[in-house]
Design a protein around this ligand. Sequence first.
Ligand code: SF4
Length: 702
Amino acid sequence: MRLGQMKLAGDIVEAFNEEEILVAEAGTGVGKSLAYLIPAIRWMKKNRRDGMSIVVSSYTKTLQEQLFFKDIPFIQEFIDKDFTVVMLKGRHNYICLTKWHYMLKNLDQNINLFDRIHLLPLLVWLRETKTGDIEENSGFQIKRVPHVWARLCSETGYCTTKKCAEYHGCYLGKIRKLAYHADVIIVNHSLLLSDAASDNAILPEHPICIIDEAHNLIKSAYQYLGIEINPWRIERALHKLYTPGRLKLGALVSLSRFVGKEKKWNKDHNDMIIKRLSQAEDDVADMLKSSTAFFKAFLKYVNGEVRKTEQRYIQKVRYKPDTSPFADIPECEELMTISAKLERSLSLLLKEIKSLDPKEKASISQQTDDLDIAVRVFGEMQSDMRTCFYPDAEDMIYWYELPTDSESIYLIIKASPLHVNEQLYNKIFDNKSAVIATSATLTISERFKYFMKRSGLDMIDGDRVKTEIYESPFNYEEQCEIWNVTHLGQPGNKAFDENVAQLVGELSARHHLGTLVLTTSYASIRNMKNILESVSQQNNFQLITQMGSASRTALLQRFIQQTSSVLLGTESFWEGVDIPGEPLEVLVMSKLPFAVPTEPIVQAITEDIEKNGGNAFMEYSIPEAILKFKQGFGRLIRSKEDRGIALIMDNRLSFKRYGQYFQKSIPATMRFVKNSEELQQNIHKWVKTHKTSTKTKVQRQK
Ligand code: SF4
């Protein structure tokens, strides 16, 4: 074990024993995964009990899988075999066999001809999969057909446990049973937060929680502690009650098939329930029509008032209590009126069922259980509709998202709490005996204050909290050169992107070094691609861009295989990318990664800080950008043998006052270059000094 790793492991053991909160910034290469997994396993072996586990949560599925498929087998082989670990994901990751068989039996009602093609990869995969986790299935393009997956994945309230025909083969059920007996459960932040939001209805008791990639917990909280309304959520909730059409399905239909079948039923009861059922079914059918009418009207509104002429990516539009678009859409009010009518019908029906005598009730107990679940799902959805359509809270963020297709009614309406720190404190930190929050990027100027405040950890009694930085074992001064290139002009416009592309092209043509270019938008990638395409063809290097439908993993594989290639990536490439050795020798950060100010959550937080007399730029924009900048920089050096060059093309580093904070945030000295010739010479020198040793390393690895 390395020194920093041993110190971290020791502090984690102490936190477990003393019931503390440890906030640990562990630099790249410390080996934090083993430093927390080994103490976690040992603690569980001493305190083992069914239904209790230690939960390890990561942000990316990559880390979740690395822990499960790499670190755990390592521990099992070299340290200890006597423990159990389960990797559990959010229920939407698992296919629901009941829905799948229903889909196959009712293709005509459920899926159009075009979308049916997307079922083929699922058909093949289902013969082999042992987990039902859609992540395994690279053939199914979930991002292209989310509405198809929404009809097939497991979802809250859908399971009818003992009555589900597929229950014993259910993938989610199996994995949850395993989790109940596991010592350690590896989850992602989305599942951890969903569990917290549902008052711990998903995960077994976990007095200790280890949160890796903790800097992303806050971002995840905005997503998973919030709510969402979209056409398919409304449709699913209503279909659970009643699916009109030839087949007629749903809890109301199955109840109507059983009512009065027992001879001893009182005729009046029978007639009244049939009447209530029929009314509720009519209301569901009306609400389905009304929902479609509303989303069509909303689409017309956004296409007329909001949509940008050329929209290549999802457009997010924030609204506030006084700027809500829904007040101007009569179909919204109609939808809510019909929804209230259905609510009344259901309540009358349930009241009628309640008044049945015990024998009558017993004869329909299974059906009423199903109805209860369907009514609960409907109630939750209706409450979320009210929140989104009648925005009235100052401490909520409201927005809607427009798909790129201007004909699509799949508009999404969302709401999130403004202050997630309070919820994180209440739901994640305060009720645990020990929490380890760790990441390579938690501090700004070596201070934890920003993270502590935003995450709610500052609300915990100070005596229980320990913060510590565990230095990376890498010698960054020796292993990398960092240059701020200052002559490319003001960032944030097309000309700047083209200048960056021009320079990257010249460097790649001359030095043939594997280069990852981190941009801050797809527009920048497009601008750079136009320039780099011809340069790459003329100079025989591969250009890979994050533009098409290829996944990040697929792009990275190509980048690693095609040495000396140039990869243009945005958002998702700033972190979680781990490419040791020659494939990545030059890291380019085209622009300081400030968040998009019009993004609804960013806008709301900024406004809130300003409203309370603060300086949002200094208190929020800069710290957020620094954390991301540190993450981006962290892509370059991944092992003690790595050597590399970081080029930061944004000249604001050199002349803005805040530039110094960015400079100080990285673990090596930054130098400045004022023209291309100087940069070419520097890189030429670097290649002469380092290429031999790097190549030797790569050959050794091979
Ligand atoms: S138990 Fe739930 S998730 Fe599993 S197959 Fe049945 S309905 Fe689907």
